[in-house]
Write a protein that binds this ligand. Structure first.
Ligand code: PGA
Length: 241
């Protein structure tokens, strides 16, 4: 199966002109683009190959929710994926239950969620990685309503200590974490997960992650802002047999 590459621009760039330039330079069928919400519409109008991903959404379909974005509003722009529970949002107060509501809303609206899970450096050093992963994964799917056909979901293992640090986790430890997450998800009815890694992935190290059969792709932050880097990551994804 092809490896999946998500370009999470986070809160970059700062102008629509720069966003469109970046989108044009990285419009590629191997790359899913996740621009800031304000640029989803202009980017949707110019990309020809990339699919689109939102970085966040709310769970209600409409109503009195100042500042929030509904699943329906995203779908109306042609968005197909949504990142849920990124550690940068959890750090601002997004709880396991808010994540669960967003996952359920994504499934109900037909958006494919990209659930982010991962431990802090402190939890990692204390040997609590698996406990954190189990809690976050079980909580995230606690509000879905099986039975029905299994719904596609991407689960990104993103150790917080590896995000934006230039120091990624090792591919073998990442694969180990993903194998652990699989022992949890295999008992959750109604989902068909694919597993990604995120945390300082770049054009030089991507191939070593994609070589692991348990790693189905990468969620890329910093390197996604550099066309040369994200295209090198996409190329590495292509090279995997
Ligand atoms: P990074 O970010 O590639 O800059 O480490 C990854 C992420 O936050 O998803």
């Amino acid at each position: 199966m092809n490896k999946i590459v998500i370009a999470n621009w986070k809160m970059n760039p700062q102008t629509e002109a720069d966003a469109l330039a970046l989108a044009r330079a990285t419009d590629d069928e191997r790359i899913i683009l996740a621009p800031p919400t304000v640029y989803l519409e202009p980017v949707s109008k110019i990309v020809k190959k990339s699919l689109l991903c939102a970085q966040n959404m709310f769970w209600a379909e409409n109503g009195a929710h100042t500042g929030e974005i509904s699943p329906h509003e995203l779908k109306d722009l042609g968005v197909q994926y949504v990142i849920v529970g990124h550690s940068e949002r959890r750090a601002l107060g997004e709880t396991d239950d808010m994540v669960a509501q967003k996952i359920a809303a994504a499934f109900e609206s037909g958006l494919t969620p990209i659930l982010c899970v991962g431990e802090t450096r402190a939890h990692h050093d204390a040997g609590e990685r698996n406990a954190v992963l189990e809690r976050e994964v079980r909580a995230a799917f606690s509000r879905i309503h099986p039975p029905g056909t299994d719904k596609g979901v991407l689960i990104a293992y993103e150790p917080i200590w590896a995000i934006g640090t230039g120091t990624p986790n090792t591919p073998w430890d990442t694969a180990d974490a993903i194998r652990f997450i699989k022992t949890i998800t295999k008992d959750i009815a109604g989902i068909a997960p694919t597993f990604l890694y995120g945390g300082s992935v770049n054009g030089d190290n991507a191939a070593s992650f994609f070589a692991e059969s348990d790693i189905g792709g990468a969620l890329v932050g910093g390197a996604s802002l550099n066309p040369e880097s994200i295209l090198a990551i996409a190329k590495a994804a292509d090279m995997v047999l």
